[in-house]
Every structure is written in C-alpha cells, then in structure tokens.
Design a protein around this ligand. Structure first.
Ligand code: DSN
Length: 433
C-alpha cells in the first residue's frame, strides 16, 4: 500500500504545514506509515497506537515545562497540564488497582532508572533475570548503567523446563541478600509466579520489583494475573501490548510513593513530556473498556496459535508454548540462524527479530532464535486462523529464501502478505460517507 503525500487521517491537519515547510521529513513520515502498513509486524514489543493517542502526542502540550507534580510545579501556567496529569494518574491507579502511580517516566529505561534510584545506592546488590535467558539490558547487564553501578547477580531458566528456575532465585537471594529482587524481561513467554518471588523477597528482606513492560497490557486487559498486589513496585512501558504512546510509568504501594516520585523527578528526569502524559491518559481510558479486554484475549489466543503453527512446522517454541503475547523459537531444528531468519523474513515482508535462546551456542548478534509477538496483527483484526497462515509464511521465508528481496519465493511470500493485509490493514483509511 502506498499512501499519497497529503494530509492524512493519522497525521492530522497540521501535516499540511509540515509538508509545506519540510517535505523531506513529511515524506519520511509517510514512508514509515507505508512501511507499517505494508508488512506483517511481529515484533513483540511494538503495536499500533490509536489516532486519539497520536493526536495527544502531536499536541501543543509538547511546549509546556512542568517540572514537579500537579499543584506543586516549578513553573507558572501549569493549570491545564495539571488536570491532564491528574487524569493520567487516576486512570492508571484505577486500571491497575494501584495505591500510587507516576506517569512521568520518558521510557521504560527511565522508569527503571528511577526504581533503582528509589531503592538502591551504587554498589548495592540486585538480583534479576540474565539478559541471555530473557531479561533486559537495564536489569544489570554489564554495559548498562545498571550493570556498571550495581552488583548485579543473575538467575536464569532451568534447562529442563526453560522457565524461570525459582529454586535458583531463592538460593541466590539467600547467598547474596540483594537490596532488590527484580522479575520480568523481554523474552519470557510464560507467566511469572509473583507469589513465589514475593515470598523469596520477604525471606531476605528485599524490595520486590516487577518490570512488567512486556505484559502489562495483558494485565490491563485482565487476561493474566497482575503483579500489582504482590510487588512493592511495578515499572512498565506504555507502547507494547498496552498500545499507548511510547513512554514509561510506575505504580507502587503507598508507602513507596514519595520515594518513587522523588526518584523520577528531580533525581533522574527534568521536565515531563506532557504531550506523552496526555497520550498515556488517553490510552489508560482506552484500556478500561470491554473492547480492549476483548483485544487482550485475542492477543493471547493469537500468540498461542502462532506459536503452535510454528511448532508444528519444526520451529520449536522455548518452554513448549506461551502464556503471553510473545513466543521465542529455537531455529536449530530447521538449521537456520536467528540473524539469517530475520533477514529472510524481512525480505519477504515479515518483520520480526532474531533473539538469543536460553543456553544459546551462538553469539547474541547471530542467535539461534526468533521472537514473535501478536500485538500488532491483533490490532489489525487478525485471529487464530490468520496466525496459521502467518506461521506458514514465516516457515517458508525462513526455510526457502535467502534474504534477497528478488528471490522468487520471497516475492511470492510478499504478494501473499499483501493479500492478507488487504483484509486486515494497519491504520485503514476511513470509509467515505
Ligand atoms: N527493546 C524492547 C523489546 O523489544 O523487548 C525492550 O526494551
């Protein structure tokens, strides 16, 4: 699909002035919209936010400095943005049943930085999932601030189950007595046992923190258990399954509220991005609807169907399946590396990412796996039947193409992707009349 370079539903009336003033950037915006529309978007951490959220992001709230918190700012003129932030906070508390919410974090990494700032000092020990078993850079990886400033001890998955090794978590917690125990990550397909983590944290007197960035949308949709009743603090991003603007947020118990707020501002950040805070408010209201809950259930059903479809074609899901929006697949059964699979799929119009699998014999930039997620294709209206088609397309791209977009099979797959997207478009143009 190619979008005409004209004011577009998804860029609003101000697009005309951008096109006039800076056609180079205007055309790139349209090219990116075309890219999102013309491929199968299977990156588990991405989604397609609503036109309402895009409108908030493109608003004049971007102009306003508002250091501080509602009714306690360091600048004048904050009356309107105060109302926006109060709405965002109240909606987040309501949506997650939380005592307290901070909606100012610029990103997931910024939110995580603030949690460290609230509960730990440089040199303290933290216990988190290792990146190569599904954790995250900000969970103590050596080149991240978190690995440089803290003594990070890592647990992983059990070789038999490929799921979190809770006995190892407990043993490491008792041995190292960490200040913080952190659960969550970027490539964990299974539900996390929050009760077990809570019990381990209580046993050693640690703060229990859940980085729920990946799955918080499924919690909002009430289709998987919530970490909020169990954890001291839950950080998350707002742009994954949740389908809001790019950004971060934190919810916590009342006893930690002041610490968290001070750690976000003034410890880690300056002025909040009020246009993004407005986008979060819009998104939290969207997530409280039954339509969003149905979406979240569909994300789960589709993820299971996609994992099963790949499994039946010899692309094995780690842990044997998924309970979430993502699955992680071992490509060794089809004899292709992650980096090659990603390139082959890309050339065939399928966007996904290579991913290390637990105990991966390859380096991370080669990897033996791929990670796939259902949030975007579900937003486009696809269901389990289409996931079976998508699994077949991925398998064909991985096993029968070579990364060259001119390869006959890559061309054939791109045509089939295009046909599928005709029935399930991203950002469809509204029907006339
Ligand atoms: N980069 C994100 C992801 O893809 O999971 C996490 O920060």
């Amino acid at each position: 699909m190619t979008t005409a370079v004209t004011p577009d539903t998804y860029y609003g009336p101000s697009f005309a002035s951008l096109l006039d003033q800076d056609p180079q950037i205007a055309e790139l915006l349209v090219a990116e919209l075309d890219r999102q529309r013309s491929g199968l978007q299977l990156i588990a951490s991405e989604n397609q936010t609503s036109p309402a959220v895009l409108a908030a992001l493109g608003s004049t709230l971007s102009n306003k400095y508002a250091e501080g918190y509602p009714d306690a700012r360091y600048y004048g003129g904050c009356a309107e943005v105060d109302k926006v932030e109060k709405l965002a906070i109240e909606r987040a508390k309501q949506l997650f049943g939380a005592d307290h919410a901070n909606v100012q974090a610029h990103s997931g990494a910024s939110a995580n930085q603030a949690v460290y700032g609230a509960f730990a000092s440089p040199g303290d020990t933290i216990l988190a999932m290792s990146l190569d078993h599904g954790g995250h850079l900000t969970h103590g990886f050596k080149v991240s601030f978190s690995g440089k400033w803290f003594n990070a001890v890592h647990y992983g998955v059990h070789p038999d189950t490929e799921d979190i090794d809770y006995d190892q978590v407990e043993a490491l917690a008792k041995e190292h007595r960490p200040k913080i125990i952190l659960a969550g990550g970027s490539a964990i397909p299974r539900l996390i046992d929050f009760e077990r983590f809570r019990a381990i944290a209580d046993e050693v007197g640690a703060i229990f923190w859940v980085d729920a960035a990946h799955f918080i949308g499924l919690v909002a949709g009430k289709v998987i258990p919530s970490p909020v009743p169990h954890a001291d603090v839950v950080s998350f991003t707002t742009h994954k399954v949740l389908r809001g603007p790019r950004g971060g947020a934190i919810v916590c118990k009342e006893e930690h509220a002041k610490k968290i707020d001070r750690a976000v501002f003034p410890m880690m950040q300056g002025g909040p991005l009020m246009h993004a805070v407005a986008g979060k408010a819009v998104n939290f209201a969207e997530c409280a609807t039954s339509a969003y809950q149905a979406y979240a259930q569909q994300v789960l059903d589709n993820s299971r169907a996609l994992a099963g479809g790949l499994d039946s074609r010899g692309i094995r899901p780690i842990t044997g399946g998924t309970d979430t929006h993502l699955s992680l697949h071992d490509l060794r059964g089809v004899g292709v590396t992650g980096v090659d699979a990603e390139a082959r799929c890309d050339a065939a119009g399928i966007v996904l990412n290579k991913n290390a699998i637990p105990f991966d014999p390859e380096k991370p930039n080669v990897a033996s796996g791929i990670r796939v997620g259902s949030p975007s294709v579900t937003t486009q209206g696809m269901g389990p039947e289409q996931m079976e088609t998508v699994a077949e397309l991925i398998h064909r791209a991985v096993t029968r193409t070579d990364g060259d977009p001119d390869h006959a099979v890559a061309r054939e797959i791109r045509a089939e992707v295009g046909e599928l997207l005709t029935s399930y478009p991203a950002y469809p143009e509204p029907q006339a009349g």
